[in-house]
Design a protein. Structure first.
Length: 261
């Protein structure tokens, strides 16, 4: 039985990478009068590195104008990242980052059915609070039985730390939990913790191999373009009952790997 859903944040709940973090980084560079700007395509490349601070470290290592001294470079990264988070909060506060299609209805399905929800992300708690406080209101935490962010799980996905800590807070076995992710690293983190993963492709992760996920599609707001195909009409959204069907099928196949699909 499916008893809990764990939500990733960046790219899954909202298109935060393209519409939030990228412009916030560039505003931080400009505010500090630094000679760098990340294009949309360059940021897509940097997303292969998990974590905003880690992306800065990776990029500055290749920038001739970056401080050569490790301590100076680390201090600059701290300043950029701190300012970037302030700009990100401003972008969210202005209402520029709506939840992706189908997210709010699916959350309501879970509330109505008594299915627990959690947040499992390696972005900062401040960034999560900024987004969900705007979209769900100041009492957003009351919707979630567990909230695990970078502060509680510093090892980035695909390391399973964030999911293992979420399971401990939920007090549930992995077989009763489903993770909703947008990227291969997130799906791999969930699977390493023994949790089934569903992937909703985002702007920066529109394709790529996703072995051993229960389903993959373009939007929770539409039943079109999903694999396996849902049992709903093409115009319908992905609802909780569909997640339960996919999850049950995945559990059956996991229990009988040699059986018919």
């Amino acid at each position: 039985m499916l008893r809990a859903i764990l939500w990733d944040v960046d790219g899954t709940l909202a298109e935060t990478e393209r519409d939030g973090h990228l412009p916030a980084f560039n505003r931080a560079f400009a505010a500090l009068e630094l000679p760098w700007r990340w294009s949309e395509s360059r940021y897509g490349e940097l997303l292969q590195v998990s974590g905003g601070r880690e992306r800065l470290q990776h990029d500055l290592a290749m920038q001739p104008a970056a401080p050569a001294d490790p301590a100076e470079r680390a201090a600059l990264i701290d300043r950029i990242h701190r300012l970037k988070n302030e700009f990100y909060a401003g972008i969210v506060g202005a209402g520029s980052l709506p939840l992706r299609g189908g997210v709010s209805p699916l959350m309501q399905d879970c509330r109505d059915a008594g299915i627990s929800m959690g947040i499992a992300t390696t972005t900062s708690e401040a960034n999560v609070a900024a987004l969900l406080g705007r979209q769900l209101g100041p009492q957003w935490r009351s919707s979630f039985r567990s909230v695990v962010c970078a502060e509680q799980a510093p090892r980035k996905k695909p390391d399973p730390q964030v999911y293992l800590r979420s399971l401990a807070l939920l007090g549930l076995p992995p077989a009763q939990v489903l993770a909703i992710e947008d990227a291969p690293a997130g799906a791999a983190a969930a699977r390493a913790a023994g949790i089934a993963a569903l992937v909703v492709r985002s702007f920066y992760f529109p394709d790529g191999a996703l072995p051993d996920v229960i389903a993959v599609g373009a939007s929770l707001g539409s039943a079109a373009d999903w694999s396996p195909a849902p049992q709903a009409a093409p115009a319908a959204r992905i609802d909780l009952s569909q997640l339960q069907r996919w999850h049950a099928r995945w559990r059956q196949q996991a229990a009988h790997p040699g059986g018919a699909g």
